[in-house]
Design a protein around this ligand. Structure first.
Ligand SMILES: Cc1cc2nc3c(=O)[nH]c(=O)nc-3n(C[C@H](O)[C@H](O)[C@H](O)COP(=O)(O)OP(=O)(O)OC[C@H]3O[C@@H](n4cnc5c(N)ncnc54)[C@H](O)[C@@H]3O)c2cc1C
Length: 175
């Protein structure tokens, strides 16, 4: 069937698997969640300050998480230098402020080089208290929604919500 917005298909079940803002626009029954902006800094260092694949969560500082990517995946470096990824909440974060905190975490960073900064608007749904780890994926028979905003703000959450949506379809439309 042709419509003004392209070709239209009929289906017994539709799963909307978009980002949260699009999902809320397409499925009026759900609310658009509050989103968080994230800026990620990538530094190159002459060698790893840790030499073990650890993701550090900075509960007391300005950083959400930091890790030496090449400790987990050495092939990310072509010349043996270490690649460090550091994320903070918000856009236009001040690298010198971040660098100061990185020095407290890793020690001397004088030889580090900032190689990229990625500010990403609406990067993740906020996980506000009271934390609801599972939001409904079944709107009604035949209409479903999945994505990280239905579970936790992560690839794991997106995958789990997809499985829950698929299970809801199978329960509604057996055989
Ligand atoms: C910088 C950054 C770092 C991250 N790091 C990690 C990490 O280390 N570990 C982790 O677990 N998670 C991480 N995440 C989170 C993770 O990437 C997301 O939680 C996950 O990708 C969400 O998956 P999703 O399928 O819900 O949505 P998305 O990955 O956003 O996919 C939705 C898709 O829908 C498409 N779409 C939108 N509108 C329409 C439409 N109208 N029609 C058709 N398609 C549409 C979009 O183009 C997109 O491809 C990170 C996120 C960011 C931004």
């Amino acid at each position: 069937m042709q419509s003004s917005e392209g070709e239209a298909f009929e289906a017994d079940a539709v799963i909307v698997a978009t980002d949260p803002a699009q999902a809320a626009a397409l499925v009026p029954e759900i609310d658009a969640p509050v989103m968080r902006d994230v800026t990620t800094f990538y530094h190159a260092a002459p060698k790893s300050p840790l030499e073990e694949p650890l993701q550090i969560l900075d509960a007391e500082g300005i950083i959400t998480d930091t890790l030496v990517l090449t400790d987990a995946a050495p092939e990310y470096s072509a010349d043996g230098r270490a690649l460090i990824s550091t994320s903070v909440l918000g856009i236009d974060a001040d690298e010198s402020r971040v660098r100061g905190r990185l020095e407290e975490i890793y020690g001397d960073t004088a030889g580090w080089q900032l190689i990229a900064t990625y500010p990403i608007k609406a990067a993740l749904p906020a996980m506000l208290p009271p934390l609801r780890l599972r939001r409904p994926v079944r709107i009604r028979r035949g209409r479903y929604v999945c994505g990280d905003h239905r579970d936790t703000g992560s690839i794991q959450g997106a995958l789990v919500s997809g499985r829950r949506a698929a299970e809801a379809v199978l329960a509604d439309l057996p055989g």
